[in-house]
Structure formats: C-alpha cells, structure tokens
Write a protein that binds this ligand. Structure first.
Ligand code: ATP
Length: 816
C-alpha cells in the first residue's frame, strides 16, 4: 500500500471530501476530452474523419433506400476555419429525428442490428458536430428532405455536452432542389495537410463502390468519380446471432430477455441456423458438461460372472412365479442385446418390461419393485455391492477397462503395465454406495481424466513405466466415447438465468456442436470479380488476382475476408508493396501498423510467392498492390474511430487464407514469367549461334544453307509458323504452315493481312475487310508433333503481313 493510500484509509473525512467531487460523466463530455478516440486528434485528421463519417452515412442511407448514391463533398476555406458540406440523395431524415441524429452521441439505427453497414455505433456524425462546435463555436447546419415531401427541414443545432442532448438554435421549413436527401454543413478548425489521405479515402471509396457517383471539391482540386455500374450491392438482411462465438455475457443477457421457457426454444428462436435437431445436439453437449455421462459396461454374459435374470428375479417378491420369471428374463434379454449397457438402459428396460408384464399378467409392478429390480440388475452387470464397504472392481470391469486402455495406448506398452493400469482404473469406478451419481456410473470428463491420471501416476511409480499425456488423453477419450449422455431433462431457462457456470456449459455446448455457417444474406461482400475490376480500374498492372472466402463467424457475427493483388505494369517498383485496407467497403486510411490486416500481410512468407521480402518477414517489396476487404455485421475495430481492424484470430486466419489464395495465382504467374525469360534467353543464344553453325556446315558439305527457323523451333519445342508462297500466272498461292513442335496441343490465332481480295481461302478461316485490307484469320487446333496447312490465293503484287497470337512469345517462332 502506498503512503498516500494508507493516509486515505486512516482519514475517513478525506473519502467524504473526495466523494463531493465524484459525479457521473456524460458521454459527450467524455469524448470532448478524448477526441482522439473518435479520430479528431488533429486539425488535418479531423477534416478527413468528418468527411468519412458523413460519406459513410450517405452511402449507407442511399443504399438502404435502394437509391444509387450521388454524393457531393465540398471543403472550403472560411476565414480561420474550414467549411465542410456533404450532400446525399438518400431518403432524408424526419424532422423529429434530425436533432437526435446530429445532436446526441450514441444515437443510431445500426448498433443492435446484425447486418453489414458502414456505421456501427451511432457516434460518427454527432462526433463531427461536437468537434465542429468545440473548435469553431458554430452550430451544425442540417437540411433534409424526405422522399415525397414538398419542402425540406432546416436545423441549426449543437450538442449540450452536460446532458448529451441536442440544443436547437434555429429551425425552419425551406426549399431544396434535391427531391430527397440530406445536407450537412460544419465549420471547424483544420488544415489540408492530410490531403493525400483525403484523396485516398475518396478514391478508394469509389473503387469499392462502383455504383456510387462521388464528387470532391476542395480548395485545390476537384474530382468526379462517375459510377461504373447501375447495379446496387445486393440488399442485406438482418440476422440473429450465430451460436458459434457468442460470448457468455451476451448469452446471459439473452436468457434474461427471452420469452422462451425451454433451452431448446431459446436456442431456436434467438439464434440463426438452429432448428430442433441442432438444438438437441447443443443440449446433449451441454448435458455432458452439466451432468457428466454414464459409464456403459459390456453385458455380463460375455464374462459369465453375473446373472441378470437371477438377480432381478430374486429382487421381485409377491408377483407370482410366472410374472416374475417373464419380467426377469425379458430384462436380462434386453441387457444381453446391448454391446454396452449403462444405468439409464437398465432403468428403461425395467420400466418397459414391467409395463408389458403388468398388461399380460395383471400384476402391479410399482415403483419400489422397479427400483429394486434396477439395483439388482445393475449389481449383476457391474459386480458392485451396496452392502460391501471395501469392495473391489470385478474381473468383468477390469477386463472392460483393459480392453479400452489397450486399444487407446501405443502398442509399445507392455501388456503387464496396461493390465496393472486397467486394474487401478477399474477400481476408480467402484462407487461409494451413498454417492447416487457414482453408483449409476455418472462422471464428468474431468473426473474420468482424474481417474486416468491417478491410475497412470501410480502405474508409473510402481511398474516403472511411462504414461505420457497423449496416452492419458487417449484413454480418457476412449472411456468418454463409450459413456452415454444422460437422459435427464435439461434445466429450464428460468433455472439458468444468473447461473454463470451452467450458462458457460451451454456456451461451450454451442461452440462444440457442428452448426452450418450463418447465412450471408446479412453481408455484402464485394465479390472476387469486382475486387479485380476495382483494381483494374485504379491500377494499370500486368497481372491481377482476387479471392473471396466463404463466411466464417466471430463472436456470433458472420464475416467474409476478400483479397486482391495487382502486379507489375505501371505500379511503382521501388520500395514496399501498397496495401489497401477496407472494412465494410470503407477504406481504412489511418493506423496502418496497428491493423490486423497489416499484421497478417507482414506475417506471410512472401518469398514463397516469389516476391522480395527482406529478412523473410514484413511487407514485401516490388511492384505490388495488395487489397484486403473484411465485411462483417460487426467489424471489431481497435477504437471508435474505426481506423484499424482489431487482432481477432478467426478474422486474421481468414484474411491470411484469402491473401494466400490470390498470392498462389501470383506465384504461378511469376514462375511462368521466369521460365519464359529463361526460354527467351536460351532462344536468343541459339538465334545467334545457329546461323554461324549452319553456314559452316553448308560450307563444309557444299549444300545450301539449312532453314534456321525450322531448326530453332525444333530445338526449342516451339510452335513454328511459316509462310510459303508459290507464284503462278499473275497470282500467288499462299500457304501458312503451323508446325507444333511442343508436347501439347496448341490453337494459335493466325492472321494474314492482305491488301487485295483473297480467294479460295481454306476451311475454317474468317475473312473481314476493313478500309481496303482483308484480315484472313484461322484458329487451327494442332496436336503435339503435327502441322496444319492454311491456304488462299491472291494477286502477285499483294502485300502480306502475318501475325500470330494465343501462343506465348518465347514458345513461338514466326518466319514470314
Ligand atoms: N445522411 C443520412 N441520411 C439518413 N440517415 C442518416 C444519415 N446520416 C445518419 N443517419 C442516421 O443516423 C444514425 C446515426 O449516425 P452516426 O453517424 O452517428 O452513427 P452510425 O453511422 O450509425 O455509426 P458510427 O458511429 O459507426 O458511424 C445512423 O445510424 C442513421 O440511421
């Protein structure tokens, strides 16, 4: 304890004095002092954040109303301040809501909705109003016209920071030329030092929202991003939470609020993807933790040390010999039919057979008789004796335990060790007759593990053997597998409310149960095609790849990770790759280092994907743009300013998988490029030396020079395209020969352009005339090792121009 604290403790008057100064703090006051939490920590950043909040809202509102967004942003110098105007063509806001939306922090429509939207907390735009009033002292000016209304509403308002309530300074009806929408005007202290971030935000917003028209007018520049598509993103639907990943606190709250009485009803009504069957599975998993399971032993017939029929028969008195024998035999038969039998089975068989015998013999088999019968049968099966204080495990139980342990442990353990272990373990199941649960063989998994541990420890000590953790876990699992879920009714919702331990077991049950992934109707991913299209729109690269993963769940909220890669072309080759981060279609422009997206990219070994990565970790170098989008009904951000995605394992894993998917495509492209470069190099060398060699050979042998093109194509296993011409009477017959020296079938596009009309064109050609030139095009399928001959005739003085595509350059030899 510090001396200050000890003084406080001694002096009660001090506590009272301190108490006088203690009072609740309004949320508005809190954020007034903690502007950085909302992204208003500097004048430069404040402008970007205010634009972002207003534009995000405008996009959310227009899309939700089914309108193609048309958003205008203007930043203007106004004396010592900057004036920001953001206008949208959304549905507008009603007169009653305007003051609360702009004049009250934590007021919004999205906080409780499980549906993807840019806005989440209901803080964004009111925080911008707060910052503007704090720095300029001016009220926010809001104009809004709802669809179908002749007039617009105009408000001037500020936030009362003591009460976090709007204070209206002016209010009137006005006219506005937009048929519907909202316009907000804020004056604030600021500067344009973050111009680049502002441009990035608007530009990247346009990339991932191709359906939006965006206009940004700032003191120096004016951008217009026209819409690239009239297709709105798919409409999203609100969903309930998914059972995987909901936290204990939430489940406690939900149990408190639900109208359902049974846990099954609760699971089915409050969660997505839970029907009766899934609810039953969750409840079974819950039961296993809550009640434990019942040990099931093999029936005694195989061991011949327990006679169930005789035991049951002697437990029944006064029911007549026939009825007693029929009942005892029937119970014994039912037991024998089982591979393994647990106490619950015996209870069921006794009840069912008692009823059958009652019907047939007219004797009453009441509860006491039945209980005696269950006890007797169970004793016969297990060898347990309720009257024997120091009983030990029967040979039958030891043999059962041995069989399970033997199968679960490695073959290298010697038989004696396993037997000694099994004897000790079987002993642990022998109950104290006073303990009703143990008597029925009911134990939790932890209890079984403890039995195993104690038996293994003892075996290690006495038998000088080793019983490692894996062996212990395997034996526990082997026992747990044969144990049966208890049939007891699950507690009701009213029993669970407030019982943290029991609810925690329910939450574990929910997590353990296989449940299909949540519906993705609540999400609006960009889609792999559009990710690539967005990159193509923005970057002139030589290669693009993209991926969009299936939905996964975090904290009951579904999410999807998407990635795109652009490589080469005009992308800056010097320095690190460019990383574009997006969350719910909003570009993230700040806190790059503290973002899970950046961390995940840094953790990938990019050298495996043929990129340069100094030191083997970190952002790779080279002409690369990596884009990552996380879409979720609740993106976990590191702070309210929503600059960076928090480090959540499930999300990081999916980001990594999405990026690796795209990176694999990049790798095979780069590998191919590399092998093409090698091939080209080899070909260049050959093209230099072959003519020299050919000349020498021709000189020595006195024969004409051989055809170099042909030889080169054969050596390189290329596709060789050659033109042969035979001249006749004023006309020539042209033959284009396609020889395929490679080891796979090829279908090159072969085009000869001639300036006279060709005739007798061979089959399969497509002839198009344009401005006095004829394009004669074939796409022959040429199997490996074969050739195709393509012919036509044309006047002798025609000029010819041969071109070939659809075969990679270094694999092609054209001799015109
Ligand atoms: N331009 C607009 N048109 C229509 N409704 C709007 C507009 N701007 C805001 N709203 C409504 O006001 C609410 C509050 O907006 P605000 O920016 O404060 O929070 P949010 O967008 O819900 O969440 P966040 O704090 O994460 O930005 C929104 O949820 C939306 O219902």
């Amino acid at each position: 304890m510090t001396s200050f604290q000890s003084t406080l403790g001694e002096d009660e008057g001090m506590a009272a004095e301190l108490a006088e100064n203690q009072r609740a703090i309004s949320i508005a006051e809190f954020f007034e002092k903690n502007k950085q939490m909302l992204g208003f920590n500097s004048g430069a950043r404040a402008l970007v954040t205010a634009v972002k909040e207003a534009v995000d809202n405008a996009l959310d509102a227009t899309e939700e109303a089914g309108h193609l967004p048309d958003i205008y942003v203007e930043i203007e110098e106004a004396g010592d301040y900057y004036k920001l105007v953001v206008e949208d063509n959304g549905p507008g806001i009603t007169k009653e809501q305007i003051p609360k939306i702009f004049g009250k922090l934590l007021y919004g429509s999205r906080f409780h909705a499980r549906e993807q939207s840019r806005g989440q907390q209901g803080i964004g735009i009111s925080a911008a109003v707060l910052y503007s009033q704090l720095t300029s002292g001016k009220p926010a000016k809001v104009t809004s016209r709802t669809q179908g209304s002749d007039t617009a509403q105009y408000f001037e308002l500020v936030i009362d920071t003591d009460t976090n309530e709007p204070e209206i300074r002016d209010e009137s009806e006005t006219s506005w030329d937009r048929p519907h929408g909202t316009r907000i005007e804020l004056e604030m202290e600021g500067n344009m030092r973050a111009r680049q971030q502002l441009h990035d935000y608007v530009k990247h917003t346009a990339v991932v929202n191709p359906h939006a028209r965006l206009e940004l007018k700032e003191p120096q520049e004016h951008f217009k991003f026209e819409r690239a598509t009239d297709e709105l993103p798919e409409e999203t639907e609100e969903i309930k939470p998914h059972p995987h990943g909901v936290e204990l606190g939430n489940v406690l709250k939900m149990l408190d609020a639900t109208n359902s009485q049974t846990v099954s009803g609760f699971l089915q009504t409050e969660f997505t993807r839970v029907g009766k069957k899934t609810a039953d599975k969750v409840i079974d998993a819950f039961r296993d933790r809550h009640f434990g399971r019942e040990m099931a032993w093999t029936p005694p017939a195989s061991h011949e040390d327990g006679d169930v029929a005789r035991a049951v028969s002697s437990a029944v008195s006064n029911k007549g010999a026939d009825a007693t024998a029929a009942f005892a035999d029937a119970v014994a038969d039912r037991v024998q039919e089982m591979d393994r039998v647990a106490h619950q089975h015996v209870r069921r068989f006794v009840d069912e057979e008692a009823e059958a015998v009652e019907d047939e013999y007219g004797k009453n088999f009441g509860e006491t008789v039945r209980e005696n019968a269950v006890d007797a049968a169970w004793r016969a099966i297990t060898g347990f004796d309720a009257n024997e204080p120091d009983q030990s495990a029967s040979e039958h139980l030891i043999a059962d335990a041995y069989a399970l342990a033997d199968e679960a442990t490695s073959k290298r353990k010697d038989d004696e060790t396993v037997r000694a272990f099994a004897e000790r373990l079987a002993e642990k199941f022998v109950p104290d007759p006073e303990d009703a649960d143990a008597w029925r063989g009911r134990f939790t998994r932890d209890a079984v593990r403890e039995f195993v541990d104690r038996s293994a420890d003892m075996t290690e000590e006495r038998e000088d053997a080793t019983f490692g953790d894996t062996a212990r876990e395997n034996v526990t699992t082997a026992f747990w597998r044969v144990m049966r879920t208890v049939p007891d009714d699950a507690p009701l919702v009213s029993d669970l409310v407030g019982d943290r331990d029991a609810v925690s077991r329910l939450v574990h049950g929910m997590r353990e149960t296989d449940i299909i992934a949540p519906p993705t109707s609540c999400l609006s991913p960009i889609g792999a095609d559009k990710v690539e299209a967005g990159l193509r729109k923005e970057y002139d690269a030589e290669f693009y790849a993209s991926s969009s993963r299936d939905a996964d769940v975090h904290a009951g909220d579904p999410f999807i990770a998407e990635a795109g890669i652009a490589y080469g072309g005009d992308i800056e080759a010097e320095g690190q790759a460019d990383l574009l981060r997006f969350a719910n279609r909003v570009p993230l422009v700040y806190k790059r280092g503290g973002c899970a997206i950046t961390q995940t990219i840094k953790g990938i070994g990019w050298r495996n994907y043929n990129l340069d990565q100094p030191g083997g970790s970190g952002i790779p170098n080279g002409p690369v743009v990596i884009m990552v989008h996380v879409a979720s009904t609740n993106v976990p951000f590191t702070s309210e300013s929503k600059d960076a995605v928090a480090s959540v394992e499930a999300i990081e894993d999916e980001i990594e998988l999405a990026v690796r998917e795209a990176a694999r495509e990049l790798k095979s492209y780069l590998k191919k490029q590399q092998s093409m470069r090698k091939r080209q190099k080899k070909q260049n060398v050959l093209a230099d030396i072959l003519p020299v060699m050919a000349k020498k050979v021709a000189d020595v042998t006195g024969r004409p020079d051989p055809d170099i093109g042909d030889a080169l194509a054969r050596i390189m296993n290329n596709v060789l395209v050659e033109r042969e011409v035979s001249e006749g009477d004023g006309e020539q017959t042209v033959t284009v020969v396609v020889e395929n020296h490679s080891d796979r079938s090829e279908s090159p596009d072969v085009t000869d352009i001639v300036d006279r009309e060709p005739r007798d064109v061979s089959d399969g050609a497509n002839v198009v005339e344009m401005d006095g030139e004829w394009f004669v095009k074939w796409t022959p399928d040429v199997p490996a090792g074969e050739e195709a001959r393509l012919t036509y005739t044309v006047e002798t003085d025609a000029t010819l121009d041969l071109s070939v595509s659809e075969v990679e350059g270094p694999k092609l030899t054209v001799s015109d």
